[in-house]
Design a protein around this ligand. Structure first.
Ligand SMILES: *[C@@H]1O[C@H](CO)[C@@H](O)[C@H](O)[C@H]1NC(C)=O
Length: 366
């Protein structure tokens, strides 16, 4: 009898969906509550959020084959003609309502670059949206903490919370995001340390944490992440030495550690790595000599070592590099002749300025 009731109810629901071409009333109500918490005064994108069928022609909303809401994609910087017509980029205030948590089949939640959306990340998101794959709220004014249980989003591939006002620490549970490929927490007010077991994020290819107030040291477990191509920890308060393991990572091509409090010497492995093309470790307290490990495989588009405490001379091997686009050795304590060779031909005096006693072109003759 009970079973009979259930299937009857299911049938009635199905019939209703197909006949009236409506989306599930619960999803529709959740979207309307989400809309009510936001104010978009210039483009009128929410004017389209009307009528019974939230799966059709609701701007930025799409549904899965079961007609459950699967994606909300609202980007304030977009190619969409409505932006061109309005002659402006997006602006929206208000907040992200917790009603979004009722959309339990959501795979994409993008509410990006609206400049003025404030409030906090709804605490219910990690426990309520089990199949969320993309969570992107870049470019708003979202404050508060990253939910402690963020790590329960087992299918999350993109977590972009950059350019907001988030505070508190990076939750330790973040290392449980086993599908995460792209992590961007740039330009918030995050404090505390990078979890030492960040290396558990084995799918990650980009780890962008710059412009926060992170402390502690660089976890050497980063080096366990085989796919990691881009690490940006610049403009934080990170101390300790640079783990030598970073220089052995198979696909790491960009490493930005500039404007931190790093000390110790520059690992030889970083400068001899053939894959690393952008290395900025400017404005730290790195010391010691520049290791003599350059050669025909050396290929840097950026090698910025300025504003440190480097001593000794510029290794002759650097002149045998295949290519060095932007070299900056200024504001160190280097001394002796600048090597001659093609990587140095295009460099200006500013690349070598404010050292102890460097000489030779493009500086004064020795
Ligand atoms: C390297 O970092 C410094 C300090 O954060 C910054 O001023 C500089 O522009 C960066 N260098 C390059 C080539 O981007």
């Amino acid at each position: 009898m009970g079973r009979m009731k259930v299937s009857l109810a299911a049938l009635v629901t199905l019939a209703f969906c197909f006949s009236a071409n409506a989306c599930p009333p619960g999803d529709r109500a959740a979207l309307l509550a989400f809309k009510a918490a936001l104010n978009e005064p210039y483009l009128g994108i929410f004017n389209s959020w009307a009528g019974t069928d939230c799966c059709t022609n609701w701007y930025g909303v799409s549904c899965d084959p079961d007609r459950r809401v699967a994606d909300i994609v609202l980007r304030g910087e977009s190619e969409d003609p409505i932006f061109e017509k309005a002659g402006r980029s997006g602006y929206m205030s208000g907040e992200i309502a917790a009603s979004v948590c009722q959309l339990d089949r959501l795979t994409t939640l993008v509410v990006a670059d609206w400049k003025a959306i404030a409030g906090e990340i709804p605490a219910c998101i990690p426990s309520s949206l089990p199949i969320l794959r993309i969570f992107d709220i870049v470019g708003n004014q979202i404050s508060g903490k990253i939910p402690a249980d963020i790590g329960s989003l087992g299918r999350l591939t993109v977590l972009n919370l950059a350019d907001n006002k988030l505070t508190g620490a990076i939750p330790p549970s973040i290392v449980n995001l086993g599908s995460l490929m792209h992590l961007d927490l740039t330009n918030n007010k995050l404090t505390g340390e990078i979890p030492s077991d960040v290396g558990k994020l084995t799918m990650m290819s980009r780890a962008l944490l710059s412009r926060n107030q992170l402390t502690g040291s660089i976890p050497s477990s980063f080096a366990n992440i085989y796919r990691l191509a881009d690490i940006d920890l610049s403009m934080n308060r990170i101390s300790g030495s640079i783990p030598a393991q970073l220089g052995t990572m198979p696909v790491l091509s960009t490493l930005n550690l500039d404007s931190n409090r790093l000390s110790g010497s520059i690992p030889t492995s970083l400068l001899s790595s053939a894959g690393l093309n952008v290395l900025n470790i400017s404005r730290n307290s790195l010391e010691g000599n520049l290791p003599d490990v350059f050669g025909p495989k050396t290929y840097f588009t950026v090698l910025d070592l300025s504003y440190n405490q480097l001593r000794g001379s510029i290794p002759k091997s650097l002149s045998s590099a295949k290519y060095i686009g932007h070299l900056d050795l200024s504001y160190n304590h280097l001394c002796g002749p600048i090597p001659v060779g093609s990587p140095f031909d295009h460099l200006e005096a500013s690349s070598f300025a404010n050292n102890d006693c460097l000489c030779g072109s493009p500086l004064r003759t020795c």
